[in-house]
Design a protein around this ligand. Structure first.
Ligand SMILES: Nc1nc2c(c(=O)[nH]1)N[C@H]1C(S)=C(S)[C@@H](COP(=O)(O)OP(=O)(O)OC[C@H]3O[C@@H](n4cnc5c(=O)[nH]c(N)nc54)[C@H](O)[C@@H]3O)O[C@H]1N2
Ligand SMILES: Nc1nc2c(c(=O)[nH]1)N[C@H]1C(S)=C(S)[C@@H](COP(=O)(O)OP(=O)(O)OC[C@H]3O[C@@H](n4cnc5c(=O)[nH]c(N)nc54)[C@H](O)[C@@H]3O)O[C@H]1N2
Ligand code: SF4
Ligand SMILES: [Mo]
Length: 676
């Protein structure tokens, strides 16, 4: 029996340091590292079960070749050599006939190790294929909007929340996605600090907080502007901070803020005037208020405006200038590593971009040349991409050669010509940096690859060799690559000596307290010339969205999708315990809406709109407001009554950052039997 210190590679802001107990080639237990201050000795409920993920009986054991129609899940086992020979021959033939643009590599975030994460896309980058515009299903809207406002810099250090005097979880379900931040915030709470949650549903975080404001979906910009309106009215702005550190406040105050009277904001957000007044007064009185901004509220048509409005608030009170104050969306902006060393090792400066959110559409419509070969690793787009029906239609194309690399048979892999067994992170060596804290860590593998599984890193290197891609990263070890990441880095990261990380001890590299700005003006840009140039409102604003208004006229309910507690996306669907813990895929409807439709708790229901119809179980609860239907998580079609939530969501892009707009989906629900 031995213990190995590793980093958690799941897509999660906390990037915990973990202790793996290993007996021979088996992991017997995973727990949180007591010596990493943010992890503070505990892992989340999901990762406590990661021994079961690694040793799940459902793991793919060998490479597979398709024998039946696409989607039918009929495969035969083949050797790695046979599988790789076929991939190499097909890719070379397609490139000879149609050029490299006919290929697309599709890999994103399920392995947060920077080698295993980026090397797959690095391979395709070097080959000059069509390129994935990655992250648009997740954070490209909020991140772009943040960068336009503050510049590409990380937000407040989450560990500084212990010094805050007010905490707001704004559209962020801390209990699901950021449990270690919640633990830190509890320390502040012991001093009597209030925790406010602004979220359309009564999440677990909302239940545990001091005050929950059930805001109407997509109206956060209006609430933020309403707060600014009251701060201006009551003389609670930090004028000196604004003058020294922001651009455009005067014009905003003159032209936009006056419209957002408490009455108007109440109409828009559905919150009582008294609550808006109370929130603004609390925010105005606080000196070191900390806003943890979630990503979910920006995954809708005007999500970029919402982010910009909320991220401006700490400038209005000067909280950005004080330790314990400010806002945190992501920290990664201040972790200045040269990941291009792996992500862009060589290759033409520009090729053709495929937006991750538009995968289905591009598989069906892209021409000159059409996409003919697709390689998917660490993603399950048949479930997690909007227009999931179109994704499946595209994957079903007879003339598309698809390879999927995954530890498990997924809804996406079901459509592959070749499926390759992948390792989990616990079988890989890698380098990590948090995106919700300021730690970095070098992590060894806890156990050897299970069965015939290969890591992303090994597979990309072997495919590079076969395809004649000779960049050094495809021949180096992880330890040899690490120093490349530090080349040219600045700030706190530059002070770290890469080889000092090889002992596996987590290292913190936080920027100094007090928010810095890295916009063209060096100030927080309330007025953004870059947005004005793109024809987007240059100052944070809230206006009704015409398409949403039209859709709301056709359909009585609005979809709220939110992280689930035990099945984040589909990454843990191979763990039977966690599947059961989460329960069968379900939706939540307010008792009033359920009664109107004669639907009872536990019933099978059909959720439908012009795009699709799917089947889920119904929970009747007042966790959501009337007019909203909540679907937690994105679950595989194989687990649900029928289909998956993203079949209902359009691939419309957000106002800023070309992201997905799941939350701008309108629909209705009926008894499953109605059309059975
Ligand atoms: N347990 C768990 N952990 C996860 C994930 C998971 O799915 N489950 N996902 C991982 C990933 S990929 C990411 S990107 C991160 C971040 O994960 P995100 O998906 O960005 O989660 P949140 O930031 O909590 O944002 C979701 C919250 O926003 C709320 N919300 C939705 N619309 C609105 C709105 O219009 N206004 C307001 N105010 N709130 C709204 C939802 O009700 C929900 O509580 O977490 C990671 N960690
Ligand atoms: N409706 C709706 N849809 C959403 C969201 C939402 O809020 N609402 N959230 C969006 C967000 S934030 C995100 S990030 C995406 C996530 O969407 P995806 O990136 O598709 O995430 P997962 O479903 O977790 O799929 C990850 C896959 O990678 C596999 N995997 C795990 N580790 C490895 C590895 O090391 N190597 C390889 N090759 N494979 C591995 C897992 O088994 C799993 O099949 O979903 C988005 N979709
Ligand atoms: S909280 Fe996040 S980083 Fe920590 S163990 Fe769980 S999934 Fe991993
Ligand atoms: Mo994400």
């Amino acid at each position: 029996m031995k213990t190995v210190r590793v980093a958690c590679a799941h897509d999660c802001p906390d990037m915990c340091s973990l202790i793996a107990q290993v007996d021979g080639d088996r992991i017997t237990k995973i727990s949180g590292d007591p010596d990493q201050p943010f992890t503070a000795g505990f892992a989340c409920a999901k990762v406590n079960r990661d021994a079961e993920l690694v040793h799940s009986p459902e793991r793919l054991k060998t490479p597979l070749r398709r024998t039946g129609p696409k989607g039918s899940r009929q495969f035969e086992a083949v050797s790695w050599e046979e599988a790789l020979d076929e991939i190499e021959a097909k890719w070379k033939a397609i490139i000879a006939q149609s050029g490299p643009l006919a290929l697309l590599g599709y890999a994103y975030s399920a392995h947060q190790g920077q080698m295993n994460r980026h090397i797959v896309n690095g391979l395709f980058y070097a080959m000059g294929t069509s390129r994935l515009q990655a992250g648009t299903v997740c954070d490209s809207c909020c991140e772009t909007a943040w960068d336009l406002t503050l510049g590409p810099v990380g937000g407040a250090d989450p560990e500084s929340v212990v010094d805050s005097d007010l905490v707001i979880a704004w559209g962020c379900d801390l209990m699901a996605v950021n449990v270690h931040f919640w633990a830190k915030l509890e320390i502040a709470r012991k001093r009597g600090v209030q925790v406010v949650v602004i979220d359309p549903r009564r999440s677990r975080t909302a239940v545990s907080a001091d005050w929950h404001l059930p805001i109407r979906i997509g109206t956060d910009a209006a609430l933020a502007l309403g707060i600014v309106h009251i701060l201006v009215r009551d003389g609670l702005c930090d004028r000196a901070y604004l003058a020294a550190n922001t651009l455009g406040f005067d014009q905003w105050e003159r032209e936009t803020v006056p419209r957002f009277t408490p009455d108007y904001v109440s109409d828009v957000t559905g919150l009582p005037v008294a609550d808006i007044e109370k929130l603004a007064a609390m925010y105005g009185a606080a000196k070191r208020s900390f806003i943890r901004i979630g990503e979910g509220m920006t995954r809708l048509a005007r999500g970029g405006q919402a982010l910009r409005a909320v991220a401006t608030l700490p400038a209005v009170t000067g909280a950005y200038g004080r330790p314990g104050g400010g806002a945190l969306l992501l920290t990664a902006g201040s972790m200045d590593f040269n990941f291009s060393a792996v992500r862009k090792p060589s290759g033409p400066a520009a090729t053709r971009l495929v937006n991750q959110t538009l995968l289905g559409r591009e598989l069906l419509e892209m021409n000159d040349p059409p996409l003919r070969a697709l390689f998917i690793a660490a993603n399950n787009p048949a479930v997690t991409c909007p227009e999931a029906g179109k994704v499946r239609e595209g994957l079903a194309r007879g003339d598309l050669f698809t390879v999927v690399h995954d530890p498990f048979m997924t809804d996406t892999a079901a459509y592959a010509d070749i499926v390759l067994p992948a390792t989990t992170y616990l079988e890989t060596e890698d380098f990590y940096r948090g995106y919700g804290n300021y730690y970095m860590q070098y992590s060894p593998a806890a156990v050897a690859p299970q069965g015939e599984a290969w890591s992303n890193f090994r597979l990309a290197q072997e495919l590079a060799r076969r395809m004649g891609v000779v960049d050094p990263v495809f021949a180096k070890t992880q330890k040899e690559i690490l120093p490349e990441f530090f080349r040219g880095s600045t700030g706190a990261v530059a002070a770290v000596e890469p080889s000092s990380l090889f002992d596996g001890v987590p290292v913190k590299a936080a920027p100094p307290a007090g928010q810095s700005f890295a916009t063209p003006s060096g100030k927080l840009e309330i007025y953004s010339q870059a947005l004005a140039d793109q024809g987007v409102p240059p100052m944070p604003d809230w206006q009704p969205d015409e398409q949403e208004v039209a859709d709301a006229g056709k359909w009585p309910l609005r979809l709220l999708t939110a992280p689930s507690y035990f099945q984040p996306h589909t990454a843990f669907s191979g763990v039977a315990f966690l599947r059961q813990r989460e329960g069968e895929p379900f939706c939540v409807l307010h008792p009033q809406d359920a009664a109107q439709r004669g639907l009872a708790n536990g019933a099978k229901v059909r959720l439908f709109n012009e795009r699709a119809a799917i089947g889920l179980l119904l929970k009747v609860a007042d966790d959501v407001q009337p007019g909203v239907i909540l679907v937690p998580g994105q679950r595989p079609g194989t687990e649900a009554v029928d289909g998956t939530v993203n079949m209902l969501c359009s691939d419309r892009l957000t106002d800023i950052g070309e992201g997905a707009s799941y939350q701008s989906t309108f629909l209705d629900v009926e008894a499953w039997e109605t059309r059975a």
